[in-house]
Each structure stands twice: as structure tokens, then as C-alpha cells.
Design a protein around this ligand. Structure first.
Ligand code: FES
Ligand code: FES
Length: 159
């Protein structure tokens, strides 16, 4: 039997019917086509599936989609405003903070969660925030440099 799921995704309301054990990552990717969110380990270890749920970064492979009922979800597709990249995305581009890109959406969403809580995190705080995100291309130094530049105010959202 399917259950109703109503939630807001990247600012848009969605209403779908899903099986109760469907994971949030499955709804995002398979039901709604938001494939920017990646699925790596499916066991809450790699962070590739990280999204924002009510303002906090979460691993969407470890959450039942029905837990997001009534919630506000933001995926990597929700970062840019039209053609204007989010400051985090600009910083990643400028610092070459990705190689294959598989981890990038998750890294960006973990970073988004960090900056929601702390606009000027130090390097140690930045490293702790992305501790749950694995980059197999070992691009951590450039990722930390990009996030440090955001922390220093070098990238701002245009109003
Ligand atoms: S796919 Fe969710 S943490 Fe790896
Ligand atoms: S850029 Fe390839 S896994 Fe991180």
C-alpha cells in the first residue's frame, strides 16, 4: 500500500505516493529525477547522498522518505539561483575542488549545512563538517581551500 508524501523540494511543493520503506534518496533520484544527489554506499558512510532537510544536512540514504513529510528539502539542484551559482559552487569551481565530481553534491550540501550554523568556520571546523563525506579522488585540500575562502567572505550571494 502506498502512502502520501507531501514536501517542498528546492522551493517547489511535491505530492507523491510511495511505499513506506522508500528512502529519501530513492524518491529524489528515482521518483522525481533529481539525480544531482548521488548514491554511493547506501549505508550512511560516504556522504554522496547528503541533502538539506529543514535546514540541516542529512544523508538521504539513511532516512525514510516519509520522514520528510511536511518538510523542506534542498538538493544540489536548489543551490543556484537560475544561472547564478551559489557562492559554494563558485568557490569549488575557482579552487578546482572536484575531480570526477561524484562526491561534489554531497560535499556542497554538507558545507551548506555548516555555513547555516557558522558563517566563519575555521579550518578544523570545516574538516569536521565534511568528515562524513568521502572523496575517492582525494581532493580534500582543494575542497578545504574553497570552503576556507567562503569562510573568509571571498564569495557572497548576489542580492
Ligand atoms: S549513499 Fe548515503 S552515505 Fe553513502
Ligand atoms: S571528486 Fe571524485 S570522489 Fe570526490
Amino acid at each position: 500500500m502506498k502512502h502520501e508524501l507531501k514536501f517542498t523540494l528546492n522551493g517547489q511543493p511535491y505530492e507523491i505516493y510511495i511505499k513506506p520503506k522508500t528512502l529519501l534518496v530513492e524518491v529524489l533520484r528515482d521518483e522525481l529525477g533529481f539525480t544531482g544527489t548521488k548514491r554511493g554506499c547506501s549505508s550512511s558512510s560516504c556522504g554522496a547522498c547528503t541533502v538539506m532537510l529543514n535546514g540541516a544536512s542529512v544523508k538521504s540514504c539513511s532516512i525514510l522518505a516519509l520522514q520528510a513529510n511536511g518538510a523542506e528539502v534542498v538538493t544540489v539542484e536548489g543551490l543556484a539561483k537560475g544561472a547564478e551559482l551559489h557562492p559554494l559552487q563558485k568557490a569549488f569551481l575557482d579552487h578546482g575542488a572536484f575531480q570526477c565530481g561524484f562526491c561534489t553534491a554531497g560535499m556542497l550540501m554538507s558545507a551548506r549545512g555548516l555555513f547555516e550554523e557558522n558563517a566563519t568556520p575555521d579550518v578544523m571546523t570545516i574538516k569536521e563538517a565534511i568528515d562524513g563525506n568521502i572523496c575517492r579522488c582525494t581532493g580534500y585540500n582543494s575542497i578545504v581551500r574553497a570552503l576556507t575562502a567562503v569562510s573568509k567572505g571571498e564569495y557572497k550571494e548576489e542580492s
